[in-house]
Ligand binder design. Structure first.
Ligand code: ATP
Ligand code: MG
Length: 274
């Protein structure tokens, strides 16, 4: 494991640097196209884009699980190449929780990674309990992950990454399938992690959560190109841009950087107090 070679992740430094990165699955299915992106330590970034625009592919690359077909990626100034493994620095929650879960009960699922960190027993117990309660899954600790509901699986997958306390969190559609209360807990957890200086990169179709989890947004187009990279508020205000890239449909409206569904107009209906 090459974890040690990266040492501590310093604050406000260039964390990732991608230059001219392209990626194709099986050498024929294009998934990223000439992407230039730099990410600093402590940033909160939302990755936006239609289905198939390359969001998950980009997260897998940031996690060091796949490597550019063309171009280069650096992590803390060093080339990320196959064989470099930085599990305790970077944690990823996959879009599909089934890929993440392979132990026979929820507690073991969370302990699996933790036990490899060489922490004292007391810290391991604390991290286990804290991550179970952050995701509201204490009651599921003895259950088999495979036989949980989709939302429950997602909570377990997130808890297993939270427990590792990585410097960099890569979250792929973390709120998909979560109920409102769990979504709220997750947003609060992300805020707390960010205040502690962690870097948080979230791919999401849930435009409503973007103002709460990101300061910067990157939009990938259906051609797998970065077509916009900038201030989250500016991007959310650009309704035409969002519609063009299939991030909102015409009935969703954005006000003050917040998105909400515009109510249908009923011209004949009047409130009793009007
Ligand atoms: N394992 C794979 N084999 C072949 N092609 C793939 C594979 N995974 C993804 N692709 C292709 O790569 C492109 C980018 O896919 P990716 O999963 O990164 O998109 P995404 O933006 O995450 O989409 P979604 O919003 O549906 O999650 C798509 O065209 C997809 O068909
Ligand atoms: Mg995806």
């Amino acid at each position: 494991m090459a974890d040690e070679t990266f040492g501590e992740v310093p604050q406000s430094e260039l964390l990732y640097e991608l230059k001219g990165v392209s990626y194709s699955y099986l050498d024929k299915f294009s998934a990223l196209n000439n992407v230039d992106v730099s990410i600093k330590t402590g940033e909160r970034i939302a990755l936006l884009g239609a289905n198939g625009s390359g969001k998950s592919t980009l997260l897998l690359m940031l996690a060091g699980l796949i490597f550019p077909s063309k171009g280069g990626i650096k992590f803390l100034g060093r080339d990320l190449t196959e064989g470099i493994f930085f599990r305790s620095k970077v944690g990823i929650v996959f879009q599909n929780p089934d890929i993440q879960l392979f132990n026979s009960n929820v507690a073991d699922e969370i302990l699996f990674g933790l036990l490899q960190l060489g922490l004292p027993e007391k810290d391991i117990r604390n991290r286990l309990e804290n991550s179970l309660s952050a995701m509201g899954i204490k009651h599921l600790r003895d259950r088999h992950p495979q036989y949980l509901s989709i939302g429950e699986k997602k909570r377990v997958a997130i808890a297993s990454v939270l427990a590792m306390e990585p410097d960099v969190f890569l979250l792929d559609e973390p709120t998909a399938g979560l109920d409102p209360r769990t979504t709220r807990h997750l947003i609060e957890t992300i805020s707390t992690l960010s205040e502690k200086g962690r870097t948080i990169i979230t791919a999401t179709q849930d435009i409503h959560i973007v103002p709460e989890i990101a300061d910067r947004a990157i939009i990938l187009s259906e051609d797998k190109i970065v077509i916009k990279d900038g201030d989250m508020r500016d991007i959310l205000r650009d309704k035409e841009l969002l519609e063009r890239h299939n991030l909102i449909h015409s009935h969703t409206h954005i006000h003050e950087g917040k998105s909400h569904l515009h109510p249908h107009e009923h011209p004949d209906h009047h409130h009793p107090h009007e």
